[in-house]
Design a protein around this ligand. Structure first.
Ligand code: HAM
Length: 440
């Protein structure tokens, strides 16, 4: 047996409804905020992902890179933003002179150490708003994130917010941070020692406890913000209040990717037992990516959520709906003739738009009944010798136990009535009798 690739997973037929539910919630929220879907390729030329300014571990160490048969360097996308911006530039969307509000639901690939909530292939729901630097737009993206979390029914989730300032502020801050950290260099973890030169900001969110101890008294980005960045941050907060959003300012928040400036934020689960991978989503403003990828200077802001982590949170908080009972009818037949007759009925009902299934193998009545119940069929259509002879079928409502034999022309009408009644009656009567029968 060959197993799945390490760090990947299968979504089995009895679990896919969870994904469909989450996707439906995404479609609803993006529609409400007027974002339109963009679909870009799974792979990009490596230059789109491996840019000179992008020194994050995620991009430098964790990408899947390969040379194709035409000797081109290709990378499986580790995140969505770079590909979306490549597409924005290549398709000259900036020429529309309008803000582009795009969203995506797509697979990403990172060669990370797999653990609960962390995979090598995973799904992101992301949004990008490209073409405006307005604090209202920052607030809009954060408000949508908050609204999305609420629409899922998640309660123990917080939004943390920070400003890392414009490029100038960041340079100043970086200098101050290096000055502070250099005397501790020998005490820092191996990774942080490396980052001290390449990417000191990342030391701030090191998971190493010694690093964390050292970082506690480090200077904070907020103290190095230029007046403009400070004002921008304050304005974003004003709009967040207008949106009535609950948030927490976290002055030590920095993000894993290097393209951010000004506003950064994360959506974190604070659910007991959830585990270390508790960042459900993260994002921020980025101002140089469009020009780096060959477009005009254009400011943008976005966020992406890890969908596996969202599903995990839904499970932990017990707010995932049960699978919809969507089988309207199960057709039970005995014998060859009956099966052919039953197939015609099945076909006719499907053509009318009902969800209908049948037993394909030759099974006993009891076995077929058991199957119908396990599939939560609302109505049974039973075809025996008599039914074929008289051009009728027997219809049984599995909830009310009501059973009638009707002529061929009345099948759809009768079933439709039964389904309507079920909708309105809110019947609590369990189909225990049928279940008992099935157990016999
Ligand atoms: P990111 O923080 O790298 O940001 O990823 C966003 C989310 O993807 C994370 O918060 C997490 O929930 C999920 N995620 C990341 N890695 C994994 C993994 N290995 N397994 C499962 N889930 C994972 C970005 O990707 C940016 N592109 C977000 C953004 C959009 N910024 C601006 N626009």
């Amino acid at each position: 047996m060959i197993n799945k690739v390490k760090g990947t997973y299968d979504v089995l037929p009895n679990e896919s409804y969870k994904w469909q539910y989450l996707e439906q919630k995404i479609r609803e929220i993006t529609k409400k905020y007027n974002f339109k879907e963009i679909r870009t390729p799974i792979m990009e030329y490596s230059g789109v992902i491996h840019r000179e300014t992008e020194l994050s571990d995620m991009v430098t160490k964790e990408t899947y890179n390969f040379i194709d048969k035409g000797n081109r360097e290709v990378t499986l996308r580790p995140e969505g933003t770079a590909g979306v911006i490549r597409s924005y530039v290549e398709n000259k969307l900036y020429a529309q002179n309008d803000l582009i509000k795009a969203y995506y639901i797509e697979a990403m690939f990172r060669y990370e150490r797999p653990q609960k909530g962390r995979y090598r292939q995973f799904m992101q729901f992301g949004i990008e708003a490209i073409g405006s630097k307005s604090p209202l737009l920052d607030a809009e993206v954060i408000a949508m994130s908050s609204d999305f979390i609420s629409s899922l029914g998640l309660k123990n989730v917080v939004i943390e917010l920070n400003s890392i300032g414009d490029v100038d502020s960041r340079m100043k801050y970086q200098e101050a941070l290096i000055n502070y950290l250099t005397p501790f260099k020998e005490e820092l973890s191996f990774d942080s020692k490396e980052r001290l030169i390449k990417n000191p900001l990342r030391i701030l969110d090191s998971k190493d406890s010694k690093d964390q101890e050292i970082v506690k008294n480090a200077p904070k980005p907020i103290d190095y913000l230029s007046d403009e960045s400070k004002k921008y941050f304050e304005d974003v907060i004003k709009y967040l209040e207008a949106f009535n959003i609950v948030y927490q300012v976290n002055n030590t928040l920095v993000r894993g990717l290097d393209y951010y400036s000004e506003i950064v934020f994360e959506v974190k689960a604070q659910i007991e037992g959830f585990g270390a991978q508790n960042v459900l989503g993260g994002g921020g403003r980025y101002e140089n990516l469009v020009s780096e990828l060959g477009g005009p200077k254009t400011s943008a802001i976005g966020v992406a959520f890890g969908m596996e982590r969202l599903l995990l949170a839904l499970e932990y908080e017990n707010v995932l709906p049960n699978e919809e009972d969507n089988l309207d009818v199960f057709v039970i037949t005995f014998g060859e003739n009956e099966k052919i007759y039953g197939t015609k009925i099945l076909n006719g009902l499907r053509n009318k738009g009902l969800t209908v299934d049948i037993e394909f193998d030759n099974k006993s009545f009891k076995a077929q009944l058991k199957k119908a119940i396990n599939k939560n069929a609302k109505v049974l259509v039973i075809v025996g010798e008599d039914e074929v002879k008289n051009n009728t079928v027997t219809i049984k409502n599995t909830k009310t136990e009501k059973q009638v034999t009707v002529e061929n022309q009345k099948i759809y009408e009768t079933i439709k009535n039964e389904l309507e009644n079920l909708k309105w009656e809110h019947i609590i009567i369990m189909n225990w009798q049928l279940k008992m029968l099935a157990k016999m």
